[in-house]
Design a protein around this ligand. Structure first.
Ligand code: FMN
Length: 176
């Protein structure tokens, strides 16, 4: 894994979230949880590079996102799709889904939240801001279709403090 400067990061942003399915992890190496995420964004705000993730309060990961100040977003080569299915369909509340994936948890470079050895991209982030989704602000009525149980996401903005990638050109890896 190579450390990249933000200006070196090339990513197909829409595919990165909707198709590649990154993994969100928060906590410490002794006490953490991970889940697959598909909705989010990456960009710049307040003169800082940032990642935005959305977490429903029902997720076990939500408890970690609330308690701890850092998180990581890791993406994986296509061969790990089964592990992403496990992390995205089982809850850490009900058992040790991390061991079931066979993935290797490793310490991150600068944040407390751990990351994964098999990842092809690791974004290490520190929470900057959160906001609850406000249904009264849904201009597009079809958004409500994503919330039959009214469990609106909490949105977290994290400053990207460290980027590590398998390839300097993530464009090679972000297609699925
Ligand atoms: C492809 C995919 C994308 C997902 N994206 C999100 C997301 O962006 N936000 C969210 O709250 N849940 C998302 N989920 C659902 C969680 O990953 C899932 O509920 C998981 O089991 C939660 O685990 P936990 O209870 O251990 O936190 C996604 C699931 C999949 C399969």
């Amino acid at each position: 894994m190579k450390e990249l400067k933000t200006k070196q990061l090339k990513i197909k942003a829409v595919d990165f979230w909707l198709k590649k399915w990154p993994v969100l992890t928060s906590g410490t190496i002794e006490h953490f949880n991970s889940m697959t995420i598909g909705w989010g964004s990456i960009g710049g705000i307040w003169w800082k590079p940032f990642v935005q993730v959305v977490v429903r309060p029902s997720r076990y990961t939500f408890e970690f996102m609330e308690k701890y100040s850092t998180f990581t977003v890791c993406s994986f080569p296509e061969s790990y799709r089964d592990a992403l299915q496990v992390l995205g369909n089982k809850s850490g509340r009900d058992g040790d889904k991390i061991t079931e994936t066979g993935l290797t948890v490793v310490a991150s470079k600068v944040v407390e939240a751990p990351s994964y050895k098999e990842a092809d991209l690791v974004l290490e982030c520190r929470k900057m801001y959160w906001q609850d989704m406000e249904p009264a602000h849904f201009i597009d009525p079809t958004i409500e279709d994503s919330y039959p149980e009214k469990d609106y996401h909490r949105i977290y903005y994290g400053e990207i403090l460290m980027i590590n990638a398998e390839d300097a050109d993530m464009e090679l890896n972000s297609e699925c």
